[in-house]
Design a protein around this ligand. Structure first.
Ligand SMILES: [Ca+2]
Length: 299
């Protein structure tokens, strides 16, 4: 660009050939045009007149390189009518990902639109990551990954990292766990953390499922103060089950030894009367975060 430019957005105008958008591209910036380092962002294109590509932060650089990394199914070329950079003020969070499916950029997971989504564009191998810039240091004790439109695309295993600058990430994670099939994966923490930058690494494998996020949010939830220090417990005495530390919406199921459900109740807290014939049963109580199973012997 001949001189140093300050920018956080790259604009690719392709209005002359909207179908000739880059299917998947890596963007690099450099001060000398020789040393490029790692891509600052990876995005997938769409048929549109102009692609505005948001970078993870404001860069001061003279050189920009864009590599196009995916074959077009329709035999399209790649066209740019006009290239420019811009430095604009953003309100929303910034998100980036290790890869993106066509039309499913990382920004779709932080746009507050329940219908738009990011996905990894490929089956989970354990090497995916998703980063979010919350724009300021933010306190949270739960991360919620909404995956409502693709309920099987939950992260099989995850590790969450926090960073002060979005560049240096600690080797030690804040938490690890398994995602949940269904509408959302809730990632609870045993204490409150404050970070501006978050990274969720997907460390499990799935043969068929991609990883999708429709909406990512962080919250402080008073309902989950330290689930690990207040473990879910089940006790039985004289015809009554006592459920300890259950959260609202928890569900109790009693199974016979052959696996049949003999009793089911929702919103269990406190004490529950059990009127079952003599025998051995399994009792399970589950809430949003935990499952507790105990053997129940009725004499
Ligand atoms: Ca969305």
């Amino acid at each position: 660009m001949q001189d140093l430019q300050t920018f956080n957005t790259i604009v690719l105008n392709q209005s002359g050939a909207p179908g000739d958008y880059p299917r998947l591209c890596d963007i690099y910036v450099s001060n000398d045009g020789l040393n490029w380092g790692n891509p600052v962002v990876t995005v997938s294109g769409m048929t549109e007149d102009e692609m505005r590509i948001r970078l993870p932060k404001v860069y001061s650089a003279r050189y920009v390189k864009i590599t196009q990394n995916r074959e077009s199914n329709s035999g399209s070329w790649w066209a740019i009518n006009e290239f420019s950079v811009d430095n604009v003020t953003y309100d929303g969070w910034f998100a980036a990902a290790s890869s993106s499916g066509s039309g499913h950029n990382a920004s779709n997971a932080v746009d507050n639109d329940p219908n738009s989504s990011w996905n990894s564009g490929a089956a989970q191998t354990g090497n995916e990551w998703f980063t979010v810039d919350l724009l300021k240091k933010t306190t949270f004790n739960i991360i919620i990954l909404n995956q409502e439109g693709s309920e099987d695309d939950y992260p099989r295993e995850y590790a969450v990292y926090g960073s002060e600058d979005g560049v240096t990430w600690p080797t030690r994670s804040l938490v690890t766990g398994n995602g949940t099939p269904g509408k959302e994966t809730r990632i609870p923490f045993t204490r409150k953390w404050g970070y501006r930058y978050l990274k969720i690494a997907q460390t499990g494998q799935s043969e068929g499922s991609w990883w999708s996020i429709y909406n990512l949010s962080v919250e402080i939830s008073t309902a989950i103060t330290h689930p690990e220090t207040n473990p879910l417990q089940i006790r039985y005495s004289e015809g009554k089950l006592k459920i300890i530390n259950a959260l609202p919406d928890s569900q109790l199921t009693i199974y016979s030894l052959s696996g049949q459900t003999v009793k089911q109740e929702t919103n269990v807290t406190g004490t529950i009367e059990v009127n079952l014939p003599q025998g051995i049963y399994l009792v399970t109580v589950r809430d949003k975060y935990r499952v507790c199973t105990e053997k129940l012997i009725i004499k």
